[in-house]
Design a protein around this ligand. Sequence first.
Ligand code: E4P
Length: 255
Amino acid sequence: MQLFIDSADLVEISAAARWGVLGGVTTNPSLMARAGVSDPGQAVAAIAGRVDGPVNVEVLATDAGGMIDEGRRYARWSPRVTVKIPMTAAGLEAVHQLNKEGISTNVTLVFSAAQGILAARAGATYISPFVGRLDDLAADGMRLIRELADIFRIHRIATEIIAASIRHPLHVVEAARAGAHIATVPFKVLEQMIRHPLTDAGIERFLADWGAVGASHRATASDRGSKRELRVPGATNAQETTIGEGAGQCKNVPH
Ligand code: E4P
């Protein structure tokens, strides 16, 4: 399963891109507004410069003609634009037309398997079932991902499933197990995925142990007047540490 970032904020997108985990970006009008975007074309060009892979931009028109015009305009901003289109009758018509023109589309606001089947048959490149918004209504969002993954596999449908409206790290893990091709994940959730209290505690303990043992061995080495260099992986020259000779004296020193 690939990971997209669900954000229009260039700082967040750049940070996640530096981690090397991103396969694309999804935006929507709410995210664009929250990121203070006034010129979406400029924003898309900047985002495309930082992330390899599709950049999803949502249409604002609600009629088929308007969606098609917007889609064609967005596609001129970057060859990597995917046009996000809401799951309506007009949306299906627009997807069908844009698909014929070779423009990538993502049918968004998918809340049922029936909608997903229609979107795929209209020619959508991607569909976006909203997991979190279904969970909010005490429905099982992840069940929809499983259903769609099964249906697309059984019928060899090439449309890819983007698990959207992701709220926490467990959603990402469950989407991967359910067979989503992609999960689009808010920056905050990507950060949560990195962290584990045992990782933090482990780093703290390694550094504390090294600091304590290093200090005692530095003292021993200077007493004996005999030294050999130990290169600590990742240390700069200024940080290089010397320890006393002989493994027996240094049994707690990593080597
Ligand atoms: C992405 O394509 C969707 O627009 C987004 O995931 C919706 O998330 P939300 O339900 O948290 O607004």
